[in-house]
Design a protein around this ligand. Structure first.
Ligand code: FMN
Length: 311
């Protein structure tokens, strides 16, 4: 058996596979053992109750999907009283994803959920559906710094900043999050997209625009992951379009310390346990032994990559 352990700051994960926020819920416990996962990442919750976006909220595409769920939320009290106790009964570290309307609200909410059973907070500063026209905190270095710095003052828990691919210079945003005190980055959330039904002449999503996820997103998130890895010294968790062991290996070779799996679980609910087993077998078969060994493999070719680097 390969050694799949990986470290995200102060947290040791038994393997590098965890769910992407919003694509994983307690109902999946009927399908596989959550204790197999590297970590448990919950759907984003806002401080107060919130309705989601107008329907339709999802739309299938040939190579992925669009969603404009809009973060429906039962609010902070429900999270603390009901959801956290339910998930903290499992062994893997529990990561709670939060979103809010201002840096101050992010900080207050981070403080509110810093309770027993929570091991890290993922700051969803990147969801494209929250703000008008798809703007998000993670599209600006100043807003990113402000949110993470405010959260840093409000909690001692590790903070993971979830970044957006909808930016021109992800390395700058990554550095802003690191400077403000983030313990890790998650790269990335969904890419803003749109689809039209040509028969009806209607938008396919009630919210017009939504987030692209699945295989179509992978080359973009992989590139952003690589740019972040090169820009910061905190761990980067890759996310976007992962459905095969090769996808996981690509992210690890790009330098990701771990990965999150989202859309693939909708198609194949056993995706995550299968990836953990498959990664173990593959590392054994290749004689690679550890995740950090895979991380180092692309570094040997960094000079060649520099020649081609765009940003
Ligand atoms: C239906 C759906 C709901 C999502 N909800 C959230 C969410 O609540 N918070 C968040 O940070 N990301 C959310 N995401 C984004 C995923 O966590 C992930 O970043 C993105 O889907 C890319 O990974 P994938 O290609 O493996 O799905 C959602 C994605 C989907 C498809």
């Amino acid at each position: 058996m390969a050694d799949l352990r990986t470290r995200i700051g102060s947290l040791e994960l038994q393997n590098p596979i965890m769910p992407a926020s919003g694509t994983f819920g307690i109902e999946m416990a009927d399908i596989f053992d959550f204790d197999l996962l590297g970590a448990l990442v919950l759907k984003t919750v806002t401080p107060h109750m919130r309705a989601g976006n107008p329907v339709p909220r999802v739309c299938e595409l040939p190579n992925g999907m669009l969603n404009s769920i809009g973060i429906p939320s039962k609010g902070g009290d429900y999270l603390v009283d009901r959801i956290i106790p339910q998930f903290s009964a499992f062994k893997p570290p529990l990561v709670v994803s939060i979103s809010a309307n201002s840096a101050e609200d992010f900080a207050k909410f981070a403080s509110r959920i810093s309770v027993a059973g929570v091991d890290a907070i993922e700051a969803n500063i990147s969801c494209p559906n929250i703000e008008d026209d798809g703007h998000a905190f993670a599209m600006s270095t100043t807003a990113t710094h402000k949110v993470i710095a405010a959260m840093r003052k409000a909690t001692d828990l590790p903070i993971w900043a979830k970044l957006s691919p909808n930016v021109g210079a992800p390395a700058d945003i990554a550095r802003a999050a690191e400077d403000a005190g983030a313990d890790a980055l998650v790269a990335t959330n969904t890419m803003l997209g749109m689809a039209i039904d040509v028969k009806s002449g209607k938008f396919k999503l009630g919210n017009v625009m939504g987030g692209l996820s699945g295989p179509a997103l992978k080359p973009i998130s992989l590139r952003v992951t690589y740019q972040c890895v090169r820009a910061v010294s905190i761990p980067v968790i890759g996310c976007g379009g992962i459905s095969t062991v090769d996808d996981v290996l690509e992210y690890l070779m790009a330098g990701a310390a771990a990965v999150q799996v989202g859309t693939a679980s909708f198609i194949h609910p056993m995706a995550m346990p299968d990836l953990i087993r498959g990664l173990d077998e593959r590392l054994d078969a290749e004689g690679w032994e550890t995740v950090s060994r895979v991380n180092g493999m692309l570094a040997q070719r960094r000079e060649a990559a520099n020649v081609l680097e765009y940003a």
